[in-house]
Design a protein around this ligand. Structure first.
Ligand SMILES: *Cc1c(COP(=O)(O)O)cnc(C)c1O
Length: 232
């Protein structure tokens, strides 16, 4: 099956989930996650009309961005954990960063983007699963973390992101999504507008995420097929 066909199938499933849960279709965006996939796969997604692509690793994303620089309007969204010493590299290609999980990293991104005269859309990654191995700000700390971000002029907080517990138990996954949605309301109550986005849901759970208010679903394998090599 072609990538364009798979994308159309996922879009149809998003349509159905939105209809089922009484949400406007325009409130949910499909972010194809192209990490580990070759640039040819990204070209196919581009030809199918997609402009935002999700990537995890800085070096890989930067290389793809320069290789595909001829494609107008491509916007790279970084969704993976970022070490502070790699923040500078984002300035050259990154439009949005969804995995902000420390104030040290926020300060460094702010400094680098300010120097370049740019701003960066960011989402706070939240550890909604409670797993020690997961990155992300602890739920209890999210509102104060969000408040601190106001001190960084080059960063534009647009919402929250999470990776749910990996389990077949739907109520556990749903609990992660519900927690993120609740935290967004608390951020809005405390800080006013600006936390519109809820990035949650992947190949195996995006419909459940839509039920709980996802505005961005990050879908990799269901679009591009199995990854040629594993990622963290
Ligand atoms: C890889 C990845 C995805 C996509 O996962 P699939 O299960 O392949 O859809 C989504 N979000 C993040 C943060 C990822 O690292």
């Amino acid at each position: 099956m072609s990538i364009a066909t798979r994308l159309a199938e996922i879009e149809a499933r998003i349509d159905a989930a939105c209809a089922l849960h009484g949400r406007p279709r325009s409130s949910v965006q499909l972010l194809p996650v192209s990490k580990t996939q070759p640039v040819d796969a990204i070209r196919q997604a581009y030809d199918a009309g997609y402009r935002c692509l999700g990537e995890s690793r800085v070096q890989e994303a930067a290389a793809k961005a320069s290789e595909l620089a001829e494609l107008p309007g491509l916007a790279w969204t970084m969704i993976g954990h970022l070490q502070t010493n790699k923040a500078r590299a984002l300035v050259d290609f990154c439009a949005q960063f969804q995995a902000l999980d420390s104030l040290k990293l926020a300060a460094e991104l702010d400094r680098r983007f300010s120097e370049a005269g740019r701003s960066l859309d960011v989402m706070i990654e939240v550890n909604t699963s409670g797993e020690a191995s997961k990155f992300g700000v602890e739920p209890d700390a999210v509102v104060s973390f969000a408040r601190e971000l106001r001190g960084y002029d080059a960063l534009r907080p647009v919402g929250l992101m999470t990776i749910a517990t990996r389990t077949v138990e739907q109520d556990i996954v749903a609990g992660c999504f519900a927690r993120l949605a609740d935290l967004r309301e608390r951020c809005r109550d405390a800080l006013g507008d600006g936390f519109d986005e809820l990035s949650m849901g992947m190949s195996g759970d995006f419909e459940l995420a839509i039920e709980h208010g996802a505005t961005c679903v990050r879908v990799g394998t269901a679009v591009f097929g199995p990854r040629p090599y594993p990622t963290a």
